[in-house]
Design a binder for this molecule. Structure first.
Ligand code: IPE
Ligand code: IPE
Ligand code: MG
Length: 230
């Protein structure tokens, strides 16, 4: 491939529909979806993608039925606990972005432990967006700016107040399950990101489909508002 994206962001959607089609509970869909997460992490390591941001739970997802929220939190905790060794050994650094104060105490503890353990790794930066909302991120940034008493800001200095100022903007955004919307993901960062939509439901989005998305990206011409000779 010509151009590998530095940063890929993914809206992992369609777990519920995948389960419903099979007469299973939504939480089973989430569990099978975790297999796809493993696949995209492995491929990212192989291709040399440096940043991978996965939308795991949005600020709006708190409004889902209690049982589903509990199931998702339990799954997240279990995955972080069970996979953190593998993640560490592979040289992956885990970073969690979002309003973490809303997470149950036991989940937050595991999250913090995983981040601390893998802090110095640098082969792949894996950002997990949990209890994340793009508007919440911007509002949180503005509140920090106000609390520091700043009176003026520009784009570069604003960026420093985002949850992950060290990460470059995503080059490619993938959304599975057919919906063509952003659903409050990375509103600031997606300004010039290439968008890729597929009908495949997240639990079916495996290795080959991910590679296909990267290949599609590698053929695109990005202009950033300029004139580019083709
Ligand atoms: C995405 O799958 C996972 C989360 C939002 C946590 P969904 O649960 O949204 O699946 P659908 O959209 O209902 O099929
Ligand atoms: C977006 O999916 C959030 C995650 C994938 C975590 P949703 O399923 O919550 O989005 P909507 O409700 O279809 O916009
Ligand atoms: Mg959905």
């Amino acid at each position: 491939m010509d151009r590998i994206p530095t940063h890929v962001a993914i809206i992992m959607d369609g777990n519920g529909r995948w389960a419903k089609m099979r007469g299973l509970s939504r939480n089973v869909g989430h569990r099978v979806g975790a297999e796809s997460v493993r696949d995209v992490i492995r491929v990212s390591l192989e291709l040399g993608i440096k940043y991978l941001t996965l939308f795991a739970f949005s600020t709006e997802n708190w409004n889902r039925p209690e049982e589903e929220v509990r199931g998702l939190m339990h799954l997240l905790k279990g995955l972080l606990q069970n996979e953190v060794e593998f993640i560490y050994r592979e040289g992956i650094s885990i970073r969690v972005i979002g309003r973490l104060g809303r997470l149950p105490g036991d989940v937050l503890k595991v999250v913090k432990k995983a981040m601390e353990l893998t802090e110095d790794n640098s082969k792949l930066y894996l950002y997990l967006a949990i209890s994340y909302g793009g508007r919440a991120e911007i509002v949180d940034a503005v509140n920090r700016i106000i609390s520091e008493g700043r009176r003026e800001i520009d784009e570069e200095s604003f960026r420093k107040y985002l949850y992950a100022p060290e990460a470059p903007d995503p080059d490619l955004l993938i959304r599975t399950a057919g919906e063509k919307r952003i659903s409050n993901f990375l509103l600031w960062q997606l300004a010039y990101t290439e968008l890729y939509f597929t009908d495949t439901l997240w639990p079916d989005f495996r290795r080959d489909e991910f590679i296909e998305a990267i290949e599609d990206y590698s053929r695109r011409i990005r202009r950033f508002g300029r004139v580019v000779e083709e």
